[in-house]
Design a protein around this ligand. Structure first.
Ligand code: CTP
Length: 210
C-alpha cells in the first residue's frame, strides 16, 4: 500500500525568533512510518520539526507550520491508499506574524490567534472509495468518548485513542484503537515501535473489521 504518515508538532511563528508549538516528539509517527516500511509498504512521512533522524527507506517531507503540513498532505493525498495522522497539528496560529522581534512593553500582551485548517477533517471530506484514514486522539479526559466523536466527525476509518493525562513525550505508549464499526482494541503498554507495528498491522490487514 501507499501510506502517508504525519508526525511531530507544528510551529506557528510569532516573529523571527518566537513560535507557538507543543511537546510532541514525533516518536509515535516515526515509529508508525518505520513499521509500515518494514511491513513492505511505500511510505511518505510528512514531519514537523523533531530531533529524530530521517528513517531510511521512507520519503521524508519536512514542514514547519500547520499550513505547510496541510499543503504537503493535500498534495500527496490523491496518490495514497492510507493516511495515518499522528502529527500534533496546531489548532490556532497567530493572526499576525511580526516582521521584527516583538519588543516588550509595559503591561500585558494579548495575542490574537486564528484557527488553522483541520487537515484530517478535510481529508475525510475529500477521500474517495477505498482510501483509508486513521487519526490519533490525544485526550487528557473522557478518552474513549472524545475519540469516538472525532472518529465520526472527521469521517475516519480508525482512531487511536491516546491518553495524555500522564504526559506526552514518553518512549512507551498505550492506545485504544477504535474502528468505524465500533471495534475496540487495546494495544500496549509497550514501546512506541511495537505499538506502532501492531497498529499498522491492524489497519492494513484486509478482512480485519473496522
Ligand atoms: N488534526 C489535523 N489538523 C488539525 C488538528 C488535528 O489533522 N488542525 C488531526 C491530528 O493529527 C489527529 C486528529 O486530528 O490525528 C485529532 O487531533 P487532536 O489534537 O486529538 O484533536 P482536535 O481535532 O485538534 O480536537 P481538540 O483539540 O478539540 O481535542
Amino acid at each position: 500500500m501507499k501510506i502517508l504518515v504525519t508526525a511531530g508538532p507544528t510551529r506557528e511563528r510569532l516573529d523571527p525568533v518566537r513560535y507557538i508549538s507543543n511537546r510532541s516528539t514525533g516518536k509515535m509517527g516515526y515509529a508508525a512510518a518505520c513499521a509500515a516500511r518494514d511491513a513492505g509498504h511505500e511510505v511518505t512521512l510528512v514531519s514537523g520539526p523533531v530531533a529524530l533522524p530521517a528513517p531510511e527507506g521512507v520519503a521524508l517531507v519536512r514542514v514547519e507550520s500547520a499550513a505547510e503540513m496541510a499543503a504537503a498532505v493535500f498534495d500527496a493525498f490523491p496518490r495514497q491508499d492510507l493516511v495515518i495522522m499522528a502529527a500534533a497539528v496546531a489548532d490556532y496560529r497567530p493572526v499576525e506574524i511580526s516582521e521584527h522581534k516583538i519588543k516588550k512593553q509595559k503591561g500585558d500582551l494579548l495575542l490574537r490567534l486564528e484557527r488553522t485548517t483541520d487537515i484530517l477533517s478535510e481529508l475525510g471530506a475529500r477521500k474517495r472509495p477505498g482510501q483509508l484514514l486513521a487519526g490519533f486522539a490525544a485526550e487528557s479526559e473522557n478518552l474513549l468518548e472524545n475519540a469516538r466523536k472525532k472518529l465520526a466527525s472527521k469521517q475516519l476509518d480508525w482512531i487511536a485513542a491516546n491518553s495524555v493525562a500522564d504526559g506526552f513525550a514518553t518512549d512507551t505508549n498505550t492506545i485504544v484503537l477504535l474502528g468505524r464499526d465500533g471495534s475496540e482494541t487495546v494495544i500496549g503498554p509497550d514501546t512506541k515501535l511495537r505499538v506502532a507495528a501492531k497498529l499498522v498491522d491492524m489497519i492494513t490487514s484486509p478482512g480485519k473489521t473496522k
